[in-house]
Design a protein around this ligand. Sequence first.
Ligand code: NZQ
Ligand code: ZN
Length: 405
Amino acid sequence: MSKHEVTPIDNSLDNFMIWVSTQIFFGKTALEHLPEGIDRYGKRILMLYGGGSIKKNGVYDQVTSILKENGYFVVELGGVQPNPRVSLIRKGIEIARENKVDMVLAVGGGSVIDSAKGIACGYYYDGDIWDLAGQTVSTDKVLPVLCVLTIPATSSEMATGSTWLNDTIVPHKKAGAHGPYVRPRVSYLNPEFTYTLPARQTAAGVSDIMCHIIESYFSNEKRAYLQARTAEGMMKTLIKYTPIALEEPDNYEARANLMWCGAWGNNGIIVKGNYVSWSVHGLENSINEACDNIHGEGLAVLTPHWLRWAMNDDNIYRYVDFAVNVFGVDPTLPEREIAEQGIKKLEEFYDKIGMPKKLGELGAKYEDIEKYAERFNIPSTIAYQDGAFVPIRFNDAVEIYKSAF
Ligand code: NZQ
Ligand code: ZN
């Protein structure tokens, strides 16, 4: 591709670039810049992908023809599953070492990108990759990760974190490494690549984005005005464009807004300056470890229950902001009523986009509630700690789970 002329960047929605440590090429022409990103890091590539969607929708062909045209050495590893398995990451590390690759190219969603991050961290690491779960990686001995994103959801394309499911221990555990060098170096975001997303995955991805924003917005930091107003704009973006994307899967404007919102939801821009306790994510993680469900669906079930549980006289102002600024609820009503209407509107949104309502729909079992709540006995759980929006302890988690059955 580099041998051909590249469309000039005009900073329109079709074609713009941002570089806040992760360089982003956004729009219909994003892939034209693939060699430009790769050449910075070398010529030998491990290309990672999922269960086959990229082969069906032509993204695989587009990516591999560019790689071939430019003469790169490429070794492929497919088969990454949603809630990505540590066993495949271990295999990827071996392949990467045997082939002495210079970088990992993830083509897919959060599961593929997070697996690429695992391989990148494990490449130079002298122990088992699971040692790094829950750890901050502060060394720069991490292979560069580049991404071609196919689903807006996690922000992993622009974020420092990763999440892996350890399928080699019983019960399964979900955790990952994070750190500045884990953040992808270059990500390619073409909204057209998301046209083939099934409605369920589109909606689950949006519910994940919505939750990242809500968890940042419902924090104890009252002074983060810009983050709060930015978050409101992002939530309004999801509310406006998700139904359009579901109705017209190839509506570029809708897909573009969702994709860019997804990248921002958890890339640090609204998270930093807030103290985010990731309460709903903590609650969902336990369900996910047990049920291997779709992450965004678990969040959609739990978010309204957590919001109702956490509301108190000190933080109700934020519920009022949420209801009035995001959903247009009448500001002259009594505070509690405004707050409750805001949560109801959120539930209506999840319902409209087809999200489940009860934990049982995800495969969770009422009799296992105490097992799910175990992580809220552990003081290192961030949502347990005093700075959390409202700290969640074991009994609180039990109460929230019960309300979600
Ligand atoms: O595997 P293939 O065949 O590619 O199909 C995938 C998969 O079945 C499909 N898909 C993706 N793009 C498609 C497509 N199908 C048709 N057309 C396309 N364009 O969608 C399914 C889900 O893919 P996945 O990568 O699992 O989705 P997502 O991006 O939502 O990632 C979820 C994972 O990320 C973790 C979650 O816990 C979960 O494991 N998270 C990662 C975070 C991070 N790294 O910072 C933060 C998040 O809170 C989250 O925990
Ligand atoms: Zn999430």
